[in-house]
Write a protein that binds this ligand. Sequence first.
Ligand SMILES: [Zn+2]
Length: 206
Amino acid sequence: MSTANHARKTAPSPFQLVARHPVLDFVNTLDWRFRSTGPEELISSYDDLLRFTEQSKLLSRSEARQIRATAQPRVCRRVLASARRFREMLAAVLYSVIDNRPPEEVSLKRLSSYFHDAQDGRILSWRERRLIWTLNRRHAPEFPLRRLSIEADALLASEQSSKIRACSNPECLWLFLDTSRNHSRRWCDMKLCGNRLKARRFRRKQ
Ligand SMILES: [Zn+2]
């Protein structure tokens, strides 16, 4: 119990997962993406990427622990850079779709190659009396990126993709899945969005 409390005190603050889909939460990790003074990066290290995928339940705690203990710094840097490029391609495509603009051919092509890579490392396995896709251990440091890629692959070609919206607050524009019954969700999270804006204005005044 005491170690848990200690961990909580020293741990970095958790990600705000409000999008109802891990891939959209991931796109939102480049915060204030469209503001004139530049965005804010919430995935500033490979460990942030691990924390994000673990918190989003795309990575188990033991997988994250094992990767942290064994991954080479050089590999981590490469995966981090690749994950950020992947996120920005996703953002380009998704915001185009939301605005009713055709996405750029080059972004679609690059996204496809990420999806292809992620599928390449998958292994069909039998666990707890059902079939699931697992990933080859050899690719362990890439698990966060590959799991996100597999989720994005499934989301983009699904019915759910028609429910992707951007927050109505023009300074926020976080993406989310509108799962409300009458398709009326307009905000990433009304309270959180207001608070984020207030905190930002406060920082600006100082
Ligand atoms: Zn918002």
